[in-house]
Design a protein around this ligand. Sequence first.
Ligand code: SF4
Length: 344
Amino acid sequence: MKKTSADVLPVEGVYGDEPLLAVDDLHVEFRTRAGIVRAVNGVSYTVNPGETLAVLGESGSGKSVTAQAIMGILDMPPAHIPHGEIRFKGTDLLKLSEEARTQVRGQRIAMIFQDALSALNPVFTVGWQISEMFRVHRGMSKADAMKKAVELMDRVRIPAARQRVNDYPHQFSGGMRQRIMIAMSIALDPEVLIADEPTTALDVTVQAQIMDLLADLQRESQMGLILITHDLGVVADVADKIAVMYAGRIVERASVHDIYRAPAHPYTKGLLESIPRVDLKGQDLYAIKGLPPNLLELPTGCAFHPRCPYRQDNCVTDVPPLYQISGTRGSACHYWREVLDGER
Ligand code: SF4
């Protein structure tokens, strides 16, 4: 089959002012028997080399679906992308052939999944699974690919890598399994790495180690990193900027510094107040009231209005646009000024 220009990705450096990765007005819906589930409703964000974007939100906010759309791993149907672009170095991935998309997936853009135990194959050694990346994608011999696997296990700081390369996934702890997943994801030197809740199943100490490891790897290779999480506490030290998602939309975006100093959306404010603090020992932990909305029947107006302590009458009828507060900051709240000023 003759290749179109869309099948050929631009080489390094020709994408000019375009970000490394740009998600632009992306919509993803699932057509189910019960109706249309609008999982992603006009999401836009960018990531540049060496930059870390944290995408934050509760389950069902659309953060993982957006990531799966970037990777091209959504089951279509039932998933459907009626509108939007996902540009990698200026090329819209949604217009690529499946063959070209496969070239990007894993090699140029890679993903770490949250459940390392189920993502690893229990019947193959970890060395075999890591070295498969080099055998399949780089055409290396078994012996050379296994050497690369040991190098990668060293790089992600698995102790005694040479001795452990022939162990099976169940012989490793949860933290070590996640390191093996990270090793597999960076094997082919991707330019963008998406980490979907990479520390969810781990205890706090191991969480910190994994986040440090990701930050170090990113510094070494200047990857763009998209960190998907529901936990604002996890991203404080590693992210450059944050996009907060609710009901399939970005409701606030800002630098980490701005968000922690003064959130401009009531939902972000609630997430920050939900982080446990040692200085508030003995007090009840704050929780945002209510539940995330049913995506089959989104509330009218602002989707957060049933849970929002700042709600006014127009919030029930008028969908707030993402108000531009400054060059890098936006909030989808009609009353962002009051929230910023802490007036309620
Ligand atoms: Fe709350 Fe209204 Fe702002 Fe929505 S628009 S977050 S309901 S104050």
